[in-house]
Design a protein around this ligand. Structure first.
Ligand SMILES: *[C@@H]1O[C@H](CO)[C@@H](O)[C@H](O)[C@H]1NC(C)=O
Ligand SMILES: *[C@@H]1O[C@H](CO)[C@@H](O)[C@H](O)[C@H]1NC(C)=O
Ligand SMILES: *[C@@H]1O[C@H](CO)[C@@H](O)[C@H](O)[C@H]1NC(C)=O
Ligand SMILES: *[C@@H]1O[C@H](CO)[C@@H](O)[C@H](O)[C@H]1NC(C)=O
Length: 336
């Protein structure tokens, strides 16, 4: 997996692993950088005409201000209007074959006029200025919904998306986890960088394998009892003091509880499938705590930097001796 330059585990791994071809654009727009390879208008037209043949239309970064004149694309399966200046979703009614619609990084205020896109399986309206989740009632084929970095304050109006597999709501203004009960097919839920104070209302999500709630205001690990299929749990940058409440999450392979207020590694000796344990920036001071990880025979990576343990001059050596399967300590691979 990837490391950021600060040697920290990535803040939200979805951006790193999923949709890898998009990483560059995502990072650029997050950093506010200007793309030096910005296409001219003629490039945009040329590439779109080329792609029509393959039912795959790409109008990225073309300074488009209004969606219009796309009626000819009735057969298009994917349409990307990434990084333009679009303010309103409109004039898409005839594109009823569309499977993927990408409106990432525009200036859209409302989810509207999507009712005819009943075949849509993937919708990305990240990096816009949406305040509400709405207007998705007809999109019952939707499998992936990306609404990262908007101004959304409530999780609602998702009930009919019963085959939704991925929901990205990171970097919004959400305070409460709610109204997810009918999303029984959901596999990945991303709620990082919001204002959530409690892990709750997750009981219906039996198929959830990835849960990310980094950079919120969680103080206690609970409400995860029903998530027996969970494999990756990201809880870094919260206010958690005790590791607990993971009794039923026996399939966890990644546990990220970095940057919390934890003094002791405890209650995880049953997590025998653990491969990644990210525990940096806490208050761990007792070397015997590593015994909790002894049963995790496939453990590959541990992050423990910036705990009191790191003051020990034998820091790396002691971790290697305690956890012989580990191949990476903090950002550095073990050299033999
Ligand atoms: C919207 O979809 C309906 C039903 O598929 C279709 O009859 C109608 O023509 C579509 N609207 C437009 C503007 O194409
Ligand atoms: C949950 O996952 C299992 C195994 O992948 C699958 O068979 C089942 O249909 C899923 N349940 C729902 C409600 O999607
Ligand atoms: C967690 O571990 C501590 C010992 O470190 C133990 O006292 C406590 O009962 C454990 N909690 C649970 C829920 O197992
Ligand atoms: C470290 O933890 C072990 C086992 O929990 C305990 O017996 C020991 O007293 C602790 N050492 C310190 C210095 O707290």
């Amino acid at each position: 997996f990837m490391l950021t330059s600060a040697g920290q585990p990535p803040l939200d791994r979805r951006g790193e692993s999923e949709e890898s071809g998009d990483d560059e654009t995502r990072r650029k727009s997050i950093n506010g950088d200007v793309d030096p390879n910005q296409p001219t208008a003629s490039n945009c037209v040329a590439s779109s005409m080329f792609h029509v043949v393959f039912q795959d239309v790409d109008l990225v970064h073309c300074r488009i201000g209004k969606i219009e004149g796309l009626e000819v694309l009735q057969k298009a399966k994917t349409l990307s209007l990434r990084q333009n200046l679009i303010k309103k979703i409109e004039n898409l009614d005839s594109l009823s074959s569309l499977r993927e619609l990408d409106l990432y990084d525009n200036q859209i205020r409302r989810l509207e006029n999507l009712h005819n896109l009943t075949e849509l399986e993937q919708l990305d309206v990240s990096f816009n200025i949406l305040r509400k989740v709405e207007g998705l009632e007809q999109l019952t084929q939707l499998k992936k919904l990306f609404l990262l970095h908007n101004k959304i304050s409530n999780i609602c109006n998702l009930d009919h998306l019963s085959i939704l597999e991925m929901l990205e709501l990171g970097s919004n203004r959400i305070r409460v986890i709610e109204n997810l009960d009918s999303l029984t097919s959901l596999q990945s839920l991303f709620l990082g960088t919001n204002k959530i104070t409690k892990l709750q209302n997750l009981d219906g999500l039996h198929n959830l394998t990835v849960l990310s709630i980094q950079s919120n205001r969680i103080t206690k690990i609970d409400g995860l009892q029903n998530l027996v299929n969970l494999r990756e749990l990201y809880l870094s940058h919260n206010g958690i003091e005790v590791i607990e409440g993971l009794e039923n999450n026996k399939k966890l392979t990644t546990l990220d509880i970095a940057a919390n207020r934890i003094k002791k590694i405890e209650n995880i000796s049953h997590l025998t499938d653990l491969e990644e344990f990210w525990m940096n920036d806490n208050q761990i001071e007792n070397w015997s705590d590593l015994d909790e990880l002894k049963n995790a025979k496939s453990l590959e990576t541990v992050y423990l930097e910036r705990n009191p343990l790191q003051k020990d001059p034998q820091y790396r050596r002691k971790i290697m001796l305690a956890l012989p399967s580990v191949r990476q300590i903090d950002a550095t691979f073990i050299r033999f």
